[in-house]
Write a protein that binds this ligand. Structure first.
Ligand code: WTA
Length: 765
């Protein structure tokens, strides 16, 4: 698929090169246009022996009297199969023959259709493709009507006017500008907490908290959560934080993390949560960019048997940002008592303030700062294909309506649900689907501080049983990691409470899907494989359980209001069964509005590659039945354990090392992490290629970015394959890294073709 790479974009794109030491030292990192259709996680090809006839229960039953379809008919349950001969895509009859119904195990590769059971559909919010299609059609034909009816279910101090939305996503027509509910005055914290309390849910548990050690736990009702949010909001106001000010939050998964986010939202401050696995350098970079009034952090966190001194990282980051002219005067530190006492924490008097000492003194009532729907809610930095992380800017009203609505439908939310999302609030999933989406629905949310395999790989299911979790949302990397530990760790727990499972962060491979479905969900639970991005705010392509049959590994169909298209490299929309670049044709309420301080980069990255569309950066295949199969990134972003990281960022960290002359990083398939980080490194002249240097290079990445970005492999590269114009041929590096040596392709255009053999020789050195 590399033929679909870089060349043919309508807009000139910046050429690729590897980072060099001098480039990194000036922090001017290169941009790339190295689009390639990434890992091809297409559906398993339909087995030749399977007739690709149209699906219909009667035909299926006749073809195979023992099939699920025939069992359905024989037990008098044909409704589903018959009510779903047409799919949401409107593509006509479904083309696969074999099927199971929720409640039945998936036995073999070809049983790749899982119908919701009649009971599940009966109780579901959307119970048939027809109902979905009707709602979807309305959402496309009348977005203003569709979304304003939903938005009206929230509290608005003043209704939006004059328009529900206005958009220009076509760079040829002028600057990209998107607004939803503009002129509407609201507050997302009010809608998540006060509104639910006023509806009589003050005593409902809003947050359960499970600590690192089994037995450490806590909980807050909606009323208690509001009290705590108000106390912190009052404190922040007291120290001078007001509407529009940035607050950086560097907290582990304690209840204080969503509390801090909501407190900022309550007073109109803009939070920027930094994942507490990022290094001091990365934290400093974000502080320097958004210039917060306050940094809120914790002194430490336990992850499994490890204690991480977060405050030491913050101290270094604050020193670094001060050196760069951004001094933060106030650091509010939450003492994570079970992990580290305040006495053992390095303290800078005057700047560092103990949360527990000051916040509880403030009143538990705090008036709401009413904001415009288009006022900023948060900034979240995310990796792109260039070195500098991008501050993705989300605003209030559209994000609120979109996260709440997607949460509700994709998980088929019921008020009695107990919902657990294993993501950290440092990533978008923790914003939209630990904090805002579920709380806006009045849901009970579990926050877990620890590591999912501590003290043993059964911990998740122990927690599921302890809290009677009904909705469990996680990443394929965790599914694969737990799958390797064997079924015993799962089956020793009941898991009877589970109702719907969810997956996010990367394509879930069909075998992991099957294990998740068969073993974790006891074949009872549909899996919502939700495709979305930091930029999209919420789900764009996702199953709606109860509405249509699932295929293991497919994110299925678009959410309401979303028009995905697959285009070729020239930007032509492809019809029917196809594969290409995934774009979206229109705006939706949850889309980000800009990159902080760099609207031009916003337009260049997302709206210029294919004029008239939002470009996702992902490859996608659409099958005969209209199901979408995400195939991974097509730019130089890789997904490691569901964490998104730009190869350029890692290269930049590597060349920061004094011994590194040049580095080129590619992603390779990894059995657990999805993608692993594979770095080709050229050392400066005179330095020996030793294991010590290798270790210190890896350490450099850990220090510059964070442990999750550490390369899995450093491949010594005395020379890199470059074109005569000096451009690194990453296609060749990817093939060498994945040992596909017979697919190296044409290397004659290289300045020095002999470099390739040399690199191959160095594979295991
Ligand atoms: C990938 C995470 C396939 C994709 C929410 C996207 C997925 C990137 C899925 C965004 C999925 C996320 N199937 N791929 N269900 N979900 N991705 O911004 O490549 O951290 O572009 O947002 O993750 O990563 P981000």
């Amino acid at each position: 698929m590399d033929s679909m790479s870089s060349a043919c974009f309508c807009t000139p794109l910046i050429t690729s090169t590897a980072a060099t030491a001098s480039q990194a030292s000036t922090r001017r990192l290169f941009s790339t246009s190295r689009f390639h259709l990434g890992r091809q996680r297409s559906p398993p090809p339909c087995r030749a022996s399977l007739p690709m006839t149209t699906f219909c229960a009667a035909a299926a039953a006749a073809a195979d009297p023992g099939s699920a379809a025939s069992r359905l008919l024989s037990v008098g349950l044909p409704r589903h199969v018959e009510s779903m001969p047409r799919l949401p895509s409107g593509n006509g009859r479904i083309s696969r023959l074999s099927a199971v119904v929720l409640g039945e195990a998936l036995a073999a590769e070809e049983n790749d259709l899982i119908f919701p059971s009649p009971e599940f559909s009966r109780d579901a919010l959307v119970s048939s493709p027809e109902q979905y299609r009707k709602m979807y059609k309305r959402s496309i034909e009348d977005p203003a009507g569709f979304w304003s009816e939903i938005a009206a279910q929230f509290y608005w101090k003043k209704r939006w006017s004059p328009d529900v939305y206005s958009e220009n996503i076509d760079v040829r027509k002028g600057p990209v500008k998107i607004e939803w509910f503009k002129g509407g005055i609201t507050n997302i914290c009010y809608n998540a907490l006060d509104r639910n309390i006023e509806a009589g849910n003050g005593d409902k548990v809003a947050l359960y908290w499970e600590g690192n050690e089994p037995g450490q736990d806590g909980q807050l009702t909606y009323a208690q959560l509001l009290d705590q949010v108000c106390q912190l909001a009052n404190y922040l106001k007291h120290v001078g934080v007001s509407k529009g000010d940035a607050v950086v939050i560097y907290l582990p998964m304690l209840m204080e993390l969503p509390i801090a986010m909501l407190a900022c939202a309550r007073i109109g401050a803009v939070h920027s949560v930094v994942f507490a696995g990022f290094s001091a350098e990365s934290l400093a970079q974000r502080i320097i960019d958004c210039k917060p009034k306050v940094v809120v952090c914790s002194n430490a966190v336990s992850r499994g048997a490890k204690v991480i001194n977060l405050k030491a990282i913050v101290d270094n980051a604050l020193a670094e940002s001060a050196n760069n002219g951004i001094a933060v005067d106030l650091c509010l530190v939450y003492e994570n008592q079970s992990t580290m006492k305040k006495e053992d924490t390095k303290w800078q008097d005057g700047r560092d303030i103990l949360w527990q000492e000051v916040v509880p003194q403030f009143p538990t009532k705090c008036p709401v700062e009413w904001v415009d729907a288009e006022d900023p809610l948060f900034l979240l930095y995310t990796s792109g294909s260039t070195g500098k992380p991008k501050g993705v800017l989300h605003t209030t009203g559209g994000y609120m309506v979109y996260t709440a609505t997607t949460f509700k439908y994709a998980f088929d939310y019921k008020p009695s649900d107990v919902y657990w999302c294993t993501a950290d609030c440092g990533w978008i999933t923790g914003h939209s689907y630990v904090t805002y989406g579920p709380l806006l629905n009045g849901a009970t949310v579990l926050v877990f501080e620890g590591a999912p395999s501590y003290p043993d790989p059964g911990r998740c299911w122990d927690i599921v049983d302890k809290y009677k979790v009904t909705l469990f949302y996680t990443a394929p990397t965790l599914v694969r990691a737990l799958m390797r530990e064997g079924d015993e760790y799962v089956t020793r727990y009941s898991r009877k409470s589970l109702r719907v499972l969810g997956s996010v962060g990367e394509p879930i491979n069909p075998s992991a899907w099957r294990w998740f479905y068969n073993v974790v969900g006891d074949s009872r639970c549909p899996i919502s494989d939700t495709w979305w991005q930091t930029e999209t705010g919420g789900f764009l392509i996702t199953p709606i359980p109860g509405a249509w049959p699932q295929k293991p590994g497919s994110a299925t169909f678009p959410f309401f209001g979303v028009q995905p298209v697959i285009v070729d490299e020239k930007g032509n929309e492809l019809e029917g069964e196809c594969s290409g670049y995934l774009c979206i044709k229109n705006s939706w309420p949850g889309i980000f509005r800009s990159l902080y301080g760099d609207h031009e980069r916003y337009e260049t990255t997302y709206f210029k590659p294919f004029a008239g569309y939002y470009f996702s950066g992902d490859g996608c295949r659409r099958d005969k039945d209209g199901y979408h199969w995400l195939t991974g990134r097509v730019d130089d972003v890789i997904n490691v354990s569901g964490h998104r990281i730009g190869t350029a960022e890692i290269e930049s960290a590597l060349v920061y090392h004094p011994h590194c002359a040049e580095a080129a990083v590619v992603g390779v398939d990894h059995p657990v992490k999805g993608q692993g980080i594979y770095a080709f490194v050229t050392l400066v002249d005179g330095v020996d290629y030793t294991d010590e240097v290798r270790k210190s290079l890896i350490l450099a990445v850990r220090t510059q970015i964070g442990a999750f970005a550490a390369p899995d492999k450093i491949h010594w590269a005395p020379g890199l394959p470059k074109t005569r114009s000096g451009k690194i041929m990453r296609r060749i590096l990817r093939k060498i890294a994945s040992k596909q040596l017979d697919e190296l392709g044409d290397i004659s255009t290289l300045a020095e073709p002999s470099v390739v053999n040399q690199l191959i020789e160095f594979t295991d050195r």
